[in-house]
Design a protein around this ligand. Sequence first.
Ligand code: HPA
Length: 230
Amino acid sequence: MRIPYAEIPGFHAPRVEGHKGELIRGTLGGREILALSGRFHMYEGHDAKVAAFPVRVVHALGAKVLFVSNAAGGVRRTFNAGDLMIIEDHINLMFRNPLIGALENGDTRFPDMSAPYSPRLIALLKECSSATGVPLASGVYAGLLGPTYETPAEVRMLERLGADATGMSTVPETIVAAAIGMEVAGVSLITNQAAGISPVPLSHADVVAVGNAAATRFADLVTEFVRRLG
Ligand code: HPA
């Protein structure tokens, strides 16, 4: 079953190429899943709370594990377009937090963030990598607001701060998941070397093309991951 975001209260239609805007219910790897095809980003003018709202909805519908994915620029100098990176941790450089405001029913006021990406699921992803032959690196994702890509100086700063990849999403969703007790796993597709490392200017068309080229590998990995979830 596919439900357009426009028909779901509190959802917004994504306006970015590569983001379809459908909540899909189906089966994958022998399990029932909900898939959020596309997100609405903070750079589209949405509050962090709004960007993370779909996580609350899938949780209310029964999901206990959240798998997040994104396109990201490679800050680690050895990363190339097409590499996949397990998100081991993140740095919130969006300077926004989806939990600001009145406490939602069932939320933790001061969520622990010592392991926002579940160590159990990180280990499971590594097993899936061996089983499928899809290579996976691991590292730290820095979330920035966008919509500009970073400057070379910002990328050097991110490198010094300990980031391996940079992108414009995911952090709000992971924070909400932590506050409501969902287990999170995440994988970034490195669609380009970050600015200043890349010898060419960055473009969304290249990001989408690398995303499309990685689709089969990514799907194999996610299917194996769902199959192996306990
Ligand atoms: N920077 C930020 N977001 C991105 C990038 C990048 O280089 N590539 C894809 N999303």
